[in-house]
Unconditional design. Structure first.
Length: 396
């Protein structure tokens, strides 16, 4: 007798969350002992060395959730996706420790995305009625998919700058994708999304609330998460996807996936364009991301994460409203692109100009940002003690 879809989805989430929660303190201790830490510098926002080994903790949670799911369902897609995520998790951890060159990472990302396309046979080979186009030939779909996959991986990698942002965004996007897969009838990919979401939740709590237990997800985590999101997008947009049926109901699949990832994708695009215009490498690190702007506006890390994820959620809701109100698939895309550009290019440029001019509006925004700093009392102190493992330890 098959388990109900809902129970298996919840099970994948809970097993991943539990495994990640159990593994976390052991990996934190290992990172501290081996001095696998992210040291502060002029570009980074922390003031002291922080362990940077969260990726393996999340990975172990995902593995546990996937293995538990495969006991009840058969899937060729889940092991393939897990293999690709594992490769880039390992590459990311090596980068965290030994600082790989951008070129080496870029080449490995290309190979991994190409492997996902070749082995899994999932890639962007259908526009699903966008501009009236359906199936596209392999000579266009292959390079397009390669650019999309590598772009998503790097976009997620580049947003990892404040506490809770990358893991919070990963949780947010995976829950949305999981729901969409379940209503589309692609249950196995939905289970994978739930496993990723479950594994991210304990890390998010430690990263945001932890004091003694704070650990960064690092490149090992962000590259793995970017790979998981690439798998999600490819499973929605390939030609034979069960999601295709929604295109005939007027739902724009490309606008939908773009809306879900709007802020990371468009903010990364903005940053890269500005670097190129300044005749710098598009991969050269700096402090020009959207989250750096909010930090300069005196927002706390969690305040920055909350505002940016709220902006992304608003774009998803605007897209959803446009579809429900009968906007064409083409118009849905234009709406998503417009609001994404306004939330990244437009908002960033406007606020930086206000900062340079020293306007009253900018200082009022800074005053609002200061209110996002929460004292470690009440609920916050409870959560800190919970994740640090000191909840039942009496203070002397």
């Amino acid at each position: 007798m098959e388990l109900r879809l809902e129970l298996l989805a919840i099970g994948a989430f809970l097993v991943s969350a539990l495994a990640s929660w159990i593994a976390y303190p052991f990996l934190l201790k290992f990172a501290k002992k081996r001095n696998i830490v992210d040291n502060p510098n002029a570009r980074k926002l922390q003031r002291e060395p922080i362990p940077v080994f969260g990726g393996p903790a999340v990975w172990l949670g995902i593995v546990a959730g996937v293995v538990a799911t495969l006991v009840f369902v058969h899937s060729n897609n889940m092991p393939m996706a897990l293999g690709a995520m594992t490769v880039l998790m390992i590459v990311g951890v090596i980068d965290d420790i030994y600082d790989l060159s951008a070129a080496v990472r870029f080449i490995i990302e290309i190979v991994v995305v190409w492997t996902i396309m070749a082995v899994g046979r999932r890639f962007v080979n259908d526009f699903h009625l966008l501009w009236g186009i359906e199936h596209i030939n392999v000579y266009l779909s292959m390079p397009l998919s390669l650019v999309a996959g590598v772009g998503i991986i790097n976009a997620i990698n580049m947003i990892d700058g404040v506490d809770g942002y990358s893991s919070g965004f990963g949780f947010f996007s995976m829950i949305i994708f999981a729901f969409f897969f379940f209503i589309s009838g692609i249950a196995t990919t939905g289970y994978l999304a739930m496993a990723v979401a479950g594994a991210l939740l304990p890390f998010f709590l430690h990263n945001v609330f932890g004091k003694k237990s704070k650990m960064f997800i690092g490149d090992g985590g962000t590259l793995m998460l970017g790979t998981a999101l690439t798998v999600m997008v490819f499973n929605i947009l390939y030609h034979d996807s069960l999601c295709s049926k929604f295109a005939y109901k007027g739902l724009g699949l490309i606008p939908f996936t773009l809306a879900v990832m709007s802020i990371p994708v468009f903010d990364t695009l903005r940053v890269m364009v500005m670097r190129i215009l300044r005749k710098k490498s598009p991969f050269a690190p700096d402090k020009t991301h959207l989250h750096h702007l909010f930090i300069d506006m005196k927002f706390s890390h969690i305040g920055t994460t909350f505002v940016i994820l709220s902006m992304n959620t608003l774009i998803v809701l605007i897209w959803l409203a446009s579809w429900l109100l009968g906007a064409s698939i083409d118009l849905q895309l234009y709406i998503v692109v417009f609001f994404s550009l306004m939330a990244t290019f437009g908002f960033y440029g406007f606020m930086r100009s206000q900062e340079r001019k020293g306007t009253r509006f900018f200082y009022r925004c800074c005053a609002l940002g200061r209110r996002s700093h929460i004292a470690r009392t009440g609920f916050w102190k409870f959560m800190m003690n919970l994740v640090d493992g000191t909840l039942f330890v009496k203070n002397k």
